[in-house]
Write a protein that binds this ligand. Structure first.
Ligand code: ADP
Ligand code: MG
Length: 632
């Protein structure tokens, strides 16, 4: 009995899915037990049971309540025969609302106080019991049915569960598929993200390219503009070019004509040059192949002392005046004049430039292929070195640097006419009749000895001497400086060697004009002679005596050689001294010789000055004699 409410509750749980079914299941049972044509109409049952109309409230109540209420009402008012009615009501209640507990009907029936039969009413009680049993049976049946239904439903549900499990499996496999797909999709998503980042990069690049493209477009536009301008210019240039080409053709024609003219002129020029050389040489010869210039050194404080007088009218004479005291003392002092005339006399004011102008003609002769020799003669301190080398400043530069400058300039000019020159310089010192190389750069202990050799072509050369090829003025100046250093190492304060030795600078000049098949070869000699002062008795011994003897010997021999040359004597004693032997090629033949006689103005140098002038005069006289003879 205690299971009933549970079962009913179960039915309630399943009723949602099969309430209509269950309702139909109950119907035949009610029909069989009570043969009630309208089991679903409790109101009608109530009508049958009570035989009266139900109260209005009951009639108006909802169906479930009305069934219960009607049942209760029926039991309460009904006679003992009303058991069936209760059962029907109970069934109805079951049909209407299964929540109603089964026993409640009985308790309610009895609850009115009329449910208990009288003790004597056994038949009634039996009947009640039978009713109850019937009810229970019915209920049992219906519960069984219900159970069957539920079983069926359970089977159905199990089938459904199986199906649902299958479905679940399917769903799971579906889900795993989906998960796989999801994974694939996440890969795809990553790819997509990558692609999208790539795309953004590409978009940036694209935008960059767009910017660049715009810039390029702008550039292109400007270039197109430029191109247009250039095209215009080009067309202008083309027309100009055409004009110029026409002009060029004309000019080329002109150039051809001019070339012919130029080559003609070159021929003329060369002829002119050769003629000039001849004429120049003729002039030089007329002036005398041996010339003597006198140069008077200024006094240390400037000016000139009284005993040397230079003629105001010309620049060729010099007078040396000596006042001699009267021996008796009664007569007035007498003055003795020594007159000398030379090719040119330079006073104390004469500038280095002026002096050089006279020599430059001879330098030109050297370039023209004639040997030239220039000496400076005079006592120590008379200005020989000043004349030949001068000072380092431009204004006071002497003959050697100026001659070198002129030669290189002239060679450059002649280069335009096809002449090519090579120059070789040497610098030698003759001391005590020994030769010393002033361009020597080796060790002093290994200084070689030198000898003068005369070659078969009459050229003179010195063994072991430094012959330096030079091609510009600076190189020569460098060599002169080297020579000066070499000379100063050889001298001491007590031994002023430079004044007691001859220094000979030689520049060998060789010119070739390949186009004209012309050649020329010459030597320019520039000599700073040793001091010409005579020996003083106190010095006439030892080394000094030897020096003086060597100097006097070589200087007097020089005079003799020049005189012999001037007199065209058959024998010229070149070999008598190293100086003349070395210079023989530059002294004879067509050579030009120039002697400077340098004189000191101091009164105490009178004697030496007179000697120098006499020596120079002797040379000059010979020359004048020769010149006169030539003129005849
Ligand atoms: P030398 O070589 O004959 O012994 P220098 O040439 O050494 O004589 O001259 C002696 C000094 O006189 C030097 O100081 C020199 O500068 C100077 N001297 C020589 N001649 C002149 C001159 N014409 N004008 C100015 N100074 C001169
Ligand atoms: Mg000197």
């Amino acid at each position: 009995m205690s299971r009933l409410p549970v079962m009913s509750s179960k039915r309630v749980l399943t009723s949602s899915s099969s309430s209509s079914e269950n309702a139909q299941d109950f119907v035949p049972a009610q029909k069989r037990s009570r043969k009630d044509p309208e089991p679903h109409k409790p109101q009608a049952a109530a009508t049958v049971i009570g035989g009266r109309r139900p109260p209005a409230a009951a009639a108006r109540a909802p169906l479930s309540r009305s069934v219960r209420g009607a049942g209760a009402a029926t039991v309460a008012v009904g006679p003992s025969r009303g058991v069936l009615k209760t059962s029907v009501a109970s069934t109805a209640a079951k049909a209407g609302n299964m929540k109603q507990p089964f026993g409640s009907t009985v308790s309610k029936t009895g609850g009115t106080g009329a449910s208990r039969r009288h003790a004597w009413d056994l038949r009634g009680k039996v009947s009640d019991m039978e009713d109850k049993i019937r009810d229970y049976k019915t209920t049992f049946k219906s519960v069984n049915q219900e159970n069957e239904v539920l079983k069926g439903s359970m089977v159905q549900n199990q089938t459904k569960v199986v199906e649902m499990q299958k479905e679940l499996e399917r769903q799971r496999s579906q889900i795993s598929k989906y998960e796989e797909e999801l994974q694939t999709l996440s890969g795809v998503r990553d790819e997509l993200e990558k692609v999208s980042s790539d795309r953004s990069v590409l978009q940036k690049e694209l935008s960059n390219f767009e910017v660049k493209y715009k810039v390029m477009e702008t550039l292109r536009d400007s270039h197109e503009m430029e191109l247009q301008t250039l095209k215009m210019k080009l067309s202008v240039q083309e027309s100009t070019l055409a004009r110029l080409q026409a002009t060029l053709r004309e000019t080329e024609e002109e150039v051809r004509c001019l070339r012919d003219t130029v080559s003609q002129l070159k021929d003329d020029l060369h002829a002119g040059e050769m003629e000039r050389r001849q004429l120049h040489n003729t002039i030089q010869e007329l002036k005398g192949n041996i010339r003597v210039f006198c140069r008077v050194r200024p006094l240390v404080d400037g000016g000139l002392s009284k005993h040397i007088q230079l003629a105001a009218s010309d620049n060729k004479t010099v007078t040396l005046a000596k006042t001699e005291e009267s021996h008796t003392g009664k007569s007035v002092d007498t003055q003795k004049n020594y007159n000398f005339s030379f090719d040119r006399v330079f006073g104390p004011q004469a500038l280095q430039q002026e002096v050089f102008e006279e020599i430059s003609l001879l330098v030109q002769s050297a370039l023209d292929g004639f040997n030239v020799c220039c000496f400076a003669y005079g006592q120590t301190g008379s200005g020989k070195t000043y004349t030949m080398e001068g000072d380092e400043f431009d204004e006071t530069r002497g003959v050697i640097p100026r001659a070198v400058q002129q030669i290189f300039k002239a060679a450059e000019k002649l280069g335009a006419q096809g002449w090519e020159f090579t120059f070789t310089a040497s610098f030698v010192e003759i001391y005590n009749e020994t030769l010393r190389d002033l361009l020597y750069t080796g060790k002093a202990s290994k200084r070689p000895e030198h000898e003068i050799r005369k070659l078969t072509n009459n050229e003179v050369t010195i063994t072991n001497l430094t012959y330096e090829k030079v091609c510009n003025e600076d190189q020569v100046l460098g060599l002169i400086a080297l020579a000066n250093r070499n000379r100063s190492t050889a001298q001491t304060a007590q031994n002023d060697r430079s004044s007691r030795s001859h220094s000979v600078f030689q520049l060998d000049i060789e010119g070739v004009n390949a186009g004209r098949d012309a050649k020329c070869k010459s030597t320019l000699c520039l000599v700073d002679l040793a001091g010409s002062e005579r020996m003083v008795k106190s010095q006439s011994q030892g080394e000094r005596f030897k020096e003086m003897t060597a100097i006097n010997g070589s200087l007097s021999n020089l005079g003799i050689v020049i005189a012999a040359l001037a007199n065209k004597e058959s024998h010229v004693p070149y070999r008598n001294s190293k100086l003349t032997y070395l210079l023989q090629a530059c002294l004879g033949g067509n050579s030009k010789t120039l002697m400077f006689v340098n004189i000191a103005p101091e009164p105490d140098s009178f004697g030496e000055t007179l000697n120098s002038l006499r020596f120079a005069s002797k040379v000059n006289d010979c020359v004048i004699g020769t010149a006169s003879a030539n003129r005849k």
